[in-house]
Design a protein around this ligand. Structure first.
Ligand SMILES: [Zn+2]
Ligand SMILES: [Zn+2]
Length: 388
């Protein structure tokens, strides 16, 4: 089914406020709520479509991505397809919104769905989540990247197309007569207790497969491989977890895929040290350059940059290249870049020959090489300012 524009689904304008969006979704939810439309597949589809639209538009970050990139902006992280979800999942996500709407109050109200007796939705199995640790270079972190991985995971059995049945047939469960649950009557200290439990024979499906698939043994999934492409946004950091919905293992019997969780491992860079979203470079100047000034090259993530050293630059001086750092990956300042911080050191020769020693001794006697009291005071003020 081709997806409709989320704003169109909820019937709101592109610039609609959060309140307008919430109100529009509530109206749709009341109209197409399964309690009001029992057994109506079209109403359920509409309800799910509205829920998916609401899930995106209520979240400022997802909404911004959707406004900018459309559905493509959501496929990487944080998007979900409500049509693949069962109603229980939806109510557990948005249950609080339905409170006080005449459906018996939130999630508990869902108990009444379907009349409290026969269930009309089969359980949907969720596949296993997969975890993956991925190395990223500083360059990949600054610019963002796309990578492909070959994952070993559960995939849908091609022999039975996920049904789990060798001949495509299933029959009504003899234990629960198709209802998916059984009533147990137990003697307890409170007297006879009747409890409802998921049918142990069909695990709530209401049907059993007599002739199980020879490839998957009736599970509908087998171990296999899949190539998964993952988009890494710019600005990630070590130990962050990137969630990629639906890229984990396949669910049993055509259930819902699990998720793929990617743990970011940031590789150390040879020249630049990361400090939050800033990058720090330690620039080592020869003594003559610090004294006389000049132009020097420094590495940045975008290549080399030229900076001017003013005559008489002190060791410990800090220069900033604005916006040459790492972009903020999420939150209020999303996309805003840090700086490259250049810390200036001056190299002191560790060995000198006789001639060099004489030159330095000569300099030591020279007037401008002796720090006066007023110069010491000035440098002390600068030093103290670091701690403010
Ligand atoms: Zn199979
Ligand atoms: Zn059963």
């Amino acid at each position: 089914m081709a997806k409709r524009d989320y704003y169109e689904v909820l019937g709101v304008a592109k610039g609609a406020s959060a309140d307008e969006i919430k109100r529009a979704y509530k109206q749709m939810a009341i109209k197409y709520h399964p309690d009001r439309n029992p057994g109506d597949k079209e109403a359920e589809t509409k309800f799910k479509e509205a829920t998916e639209a609401y899930d995106v538009l209520r979240d400022p970050e997802k909404r911004q991505r959707y406004d900018q990139f459309g559905f493509d902006g959501l496929s990487g992280a944080g998007g979900f397809n409500a049509q693949n979800m069962n109603m229980d999942d939806i109510f557990s996500m948005f249950g609080d919104l339905f409170e006080g709407m005449g459906f018996g109050g939130g999630f508990s109200g869902f108990g009444g769905f379907g009349g409290g007796g026969t269930r009309n939705s089969k359980p949907v199995y969720k596949g296993q989540d997969q975890r993956l640790r991925v190395d990223l270079t500083l360059n990949e972190i600054v610019n963002g990247t796309t990578k492909k991985f070959k994952l070993k995971k559960h995939v849908t059995c091609s022999h039975c197309h996920g049904s789990g049945s060798e001949d495509g047939n299933s029959s009504t469960c003899p234990t629960c007569k198709g209802s998916g649950y059984v009533i147990k009557t137990q003697q307890s200290f409170l007297g006879m207790m009747r409890t409802q439990a998921v049918c142990p024979e069909c695990r709530g499906e209401g049907t059993v497969i007599k002739n199980k698939c020879t490839e998957c043994g009736g599970e509908g999934i087998v171990m296999g491989e899949e190539i998964v492409e993952v988009n890494f946004p710019a600005g990630l950091a070590n130990d962050m977890v990137l969630n990629v919905p639906g890229k984990g293992g396949a669910g049993r019997r055509n259930g819902v895929n699990g998720d793929l969780q990617i743990i970011i491992h940031e590789l150390e860079d040879n020249t630049l040290v990361r400090d939050g979203n800033d990058l720090v470079y330690n620039l080592i100047l020869p003594i003559p350059t610090a004294i006389l000034g000049g132009t020097v090259e420094v590495p940045t993530v975008e290549g080399k940059a030229k900076i001017t050293i003013t005559p008489g630059t002190q060791p410990g001086t800090v220069l900033r290249l604005r916006g040459k750092g790492i972009p903020q990956v999420q939150g209020y300042n999303k996309g805003q870049k840090g700086d490259e911080v250049i810390n200036i050191s001056v190299y002191m020769p560790e060995t000198l020959n006789k001639e060099e020693k004489e030159m330095v001794q000569k300099l030591a006697e020279s007037e401008n090489f002796k720090p006066t009291d007023s110069i010491k005071e000035k440098l002390m003020r600068k030093f103290k300012a670091i701690f403010d």
